[in-house]
Structures are given as C-alpha cells and as structure tokens.
Ligand binder design. Structure first.
Ligand code: SF4
Ligand code: SF4
Length: 460
C-alpha cells in the first residue's frame, strides 16, 4: 500500500487583526467602582492585554475576546455588552459571506476544521450547494481506527484521458497507446485568480503551496518569468497569448498545459503534444447551456481534460444562468449516456467556497475541482474587490511573503482534506475517484420537492 497522504500543518498567525463577528461595548458611565471589577476575572485577560492596532485603528478587545459572556453577565450595572461588529457584517457579499470568509481565515491560520458548536441552527436548504445533502449513513458505524488512523482512504485522482480497453501483442505486451496521465493526491488545483493586487508574490505563494501539496497552480503564459520557472513541475501554463511564444524547453518541462476552448483547440492540443508527448492538455471552457454538446464534440475529437469554469458566484454564462452543480451534473450524465464519460477528466471551478462544495461538485460529476478566491482568503483577503478597481489592498497582499502565503494555503488545504476524509468516511467510500458521480448517495432539494409535491392537488 502506498504511504498515506498527509498534509503537515503549522500555525501561521494573521498579519492583520481579524475582523470578528462580535465586538465588546463597555461603558464607563454609571460604573460602580466595584472592589473587584469583572474585567479582572476574564480568563483570557482580554482587558489587561488590551491595545490599539494603529495601522488599522482596531481595538484588540474585539479580536481577542472568546465570547464566553462572563463579563457581560457578571457586571452588576450591566455596563458591558456584546454586539454584532458592523465591519464584519459588510465583509464580502451575498455569496462570499462573512461566515465563509472568516471560516477560511480560521482554517488557513490553524489547519483545523471549523467547529460551530453543538447542533446546526441554520436553515436546511438554500440556493446553490445548500440545496444538496450527502448520504452520511455510515457515520453511525465508525471503524475501530477511524479515518485518520490506520484506515486508508485515498483522495488521489487522475488528470488525463483514459484508455477504455487494452490490446495485447503476440508476446503478451500491451500495444494500445497509453495517453499521459497525471496523478494528484488531492482533487484540487489552483486556478487563475479573478482579481488580485499586482506583482509576483501572490502567484508565487500559490506555486509554493501547490508544490508543497503535490498539486498544480494554473499560471498565465504571459506571467511566466524567471521567478516562477523553478515551479514549472507544479504549474499548469495557460496559453493566453500566441502559442508560438512558448519555447520548446518550457513545453518539455511542463506536465500539464491549458488552452482556451474555440476553433482549433484540438489542432493546438495535437501540436503541443507533438512537441512533448508526455504533456496532458486541458481545454478551458466557460460553462454555458451549450456545454454538454460542446463537450461531446470535443471528446469525440480527442480532448482529454475539460476544465469547465463558472463565474465567482458559480453561475454559467447567459440569461437565466444555471448554477455550476446543475450544469456539471447535466454534462456528466450526458457523457455517461453517450458511453464516453470515463474516457476524459472533467474539472469544475467557480464559486467553490467551502470543503463541502468540493465534495458536492465531485458527486455531481467532476473528477476534481479548481479554486480561486479561497486561496486569496487564505492570505487574509477580505473579498472587498478594491484591487479590481486599482485601489490599495487593506491587507497589503501585494507585499505578502510567499513562504507565509504558502503555509496558509497548505493549512487551508489540510483542513479541506480532513473534511473530505470525513465525508468519504461517513459515506463509506474509500477513494475520491469513486465519489465522482455518486448522485445516488445524495439528495437534491429540487428533486425531493418535485417528488413530494408533484401529486398534491391532483385528483386520483
Ligand atoms: S466575554 Fe469572556 S472572553 Fe470576552 S472579554 Fe468578557 S470575560 Fe473575557
Ligand atoms: S482584500 Fe480586497 S483589495 Fe486585498 S486582495 Fe482581497 S479583494 Fe483585493
């Protein structure tokens, strides 16, 4: 058995003070001057260690408090209160919510799974990925050693075209051509960021992180310079310019390359392959209602990996756009019905914000996923999109140390890996490859609603 894939984590403290959910409001007026103030009894010494971060003008009270409510309850004149932090409420937007962003910060800092306490107090359904539940029936039957012990659950997946049958020569040797295949130990690659402050430091953090994890980061052809060359074994070059500009040496050191969809994509794939027969070529396609048909045509022409990309909210192109999980499900099932799904690798990306989204998209038919904004959030990004407008970044991400950035990314991926193991273990599935397309082990709100209410109001 190969050694277990394990991601080493280490505490990677924030560079900036965190924006926390709640803040402390402590009035002085009306203070009874008790012999022993409740503030002195705070076990975390929040009041004693209080300071002001003059760079951000933030009081440490809010970020250090552990929300035990001891001081709030014990002040005899009720002068201490906890309130929702207005800066927290305005983080991100309707999709990249404050809860998601702060969850990503926590995982990137500690490498641990966020635990929200006993029970789940939220709604049981919602838009997008929240309208899908996975079958965790095996959770009642944990094995003796648990999923982080001796039990082996593989999260490895393959990227490339697969042969459907083998042909043997007269001496028993395999004569069918074997297309190149790349294994990654985690079903995640790092995508091109939708926006970020300029400079090399952020892409370098992603490349360092990809190398540490054994996966890949997509980098534009136009962004390749001497600083990123040493990471080429873990880089997927995206051909965003003239493919003729890619030199032979560069192509020979690359293992995967990505090209845009469009006329001539297959011809370009063949041309690149002729320069490096071991190269896996991915075709990047914007997700749209036409994707199932386009995918079928490309597979028939010899495509090996299709990277289906939605926008940052997980929506496809066009009017009344479908969410990525719906369209990817359709593409997967369409190719299954045509009997060609197993020949190719489908990658899905856009709107993946949490570890559970990764598992859910794989269940909907992706072999692996690509992520973008969570990588920025791992480095304390507040999803304010100021950099998109050319305004300075409040957490100075252009100045990030790539070693620190990669530590945070590795921590985040370790937390996602642990959560994927939890999901696989709870579903009784022993490898991520087998999770792909396991829609029978999931429930979809729309299907349930249709099944339950379809007959209502009908006369028998
Ligand atoms: S709520 Fe608890 S942790 Fe926070 S300041 Fe008061 S006593 Fe300290
Ligand atoms: S914090 Fe804002 S400005 Fe900085 S990288 Fe994130 S979105 Fe861009």
């Amino acid at each position: 058995m190969p050694p277990k894939y394990h991601i080493e984590t280490s505490q990677a403290p924030n560079r900036f003070q965190k924006i926390t959910r709640s803040g402390i409001i402590a009035w002085e007026e009306g203070c009874l001057k008790c012999a022993r103030c409740v503030k002195k009894d705070c076990v975390y010494q929040v009041y004693e260690k209080r300071n002001l971060d003059d760079r951000q003008m933030l009081d440490s009270l809010d970020s250090v408090c552990m929300d035990c409510f001891r001081c709030v309850q014990n002040c005899p004149n009720r002068l201490i209160h906890k309130g929702l932090n207005p800066s927290y409420k305005v983080l991100g937007d309707h999709y990249w919510t404050p809860e998601i962003i702060s969850g990503l910060w926590f995982q990137a800092e500690s490498g641990r799974i966020p635990v929200s306490g006993a029970g789940y107090g939220g709604p049981f359904s919602g838009p997008g990925f929240d309208a899908m539940w996975t079958d965790m029936s095996e959770i009642v039957r944990p094995t003796r050693d648990g999923i982080h012990g001796r039990e082996y659950i593989s999260t490895t997946v393959d990227i490339g075209r697969k042969v459907m049958s083998l042909e043997f020569g007269p001496d028993g040797e395999i004569i069918s051509p074997a297309p190149p295949l790349v294994e990654i130990p985690l079903p995640v690659i790092f995508d091109i960021l939708p926006w970020s402050p300029p400079g090399d430091r952020i892409p370098l953090s992603l490349l360092y992180g990809a190398r540490a994890l054994g996966t890949f980061a997509i980098i534009r052809q136009s962004a390749i310079n001497n600083a990123v060359r040493e990471f080429l074994p873990n880089a997927i070059i995206y051909v965003d310019g003239n493919p003729g500009g890619l030199n032979t040496q560069l192509l020979r050191s690359a293992r995967i390359i990505e090209i845009p969809d469009g006329e001539g994509a297959i011809a370009l794939q063949e041309r690149l392959r002729s320069m490096n027969p071991d190269l896996v070529v991915m075709i990047r396609m914007k997700l749209s209602p036409k994707t199932p048909e386009q995918a079928l045509t490309l597979v028939a022409q010899g495509a090996e990996v299709l990277h289906l990309v939605a926008d940052e909210y997980g929506l496809e192109e066009g009017k009344d756009p479908l969410f990525i999980k719906e369209r990817l499900k359709e593409v997967h099932l369409y190719l299954v019905n045509k009997g060609i799904r197993d020949q190719i690798t489908l990658l899905g990306g856009g709107g993946i914000a949490m570890a559970e989204h990764m598992a859910k998209l794989i269940i909907c038919g992706a072999d692996a996923i690509s992520i973008d904004i969570p990588l920025l959030a791992a480095m304390e990004c507040r999803v304010c999109r100021r950099c998109k407008e050319g305004i300075s970044c409040p957490v100075e991400l252009d100045d990030v140390d790539p070693v620190w950035g990669s530590l945070r990314i590795v921590n985040l991926m370790a937390a996602w890996h642990s959560q994927l193991l939890e999901i696989l273990g709870a579903m009784g599935i022993r490898e991520a490859r087998r999770l792909r397309g396991e829609m029978g082990r999931a429930m979809f709100f729309e299907d349930l609603e249709r099944e339950i209410f379809a007959t209502m109001g009908k006369r028998g």
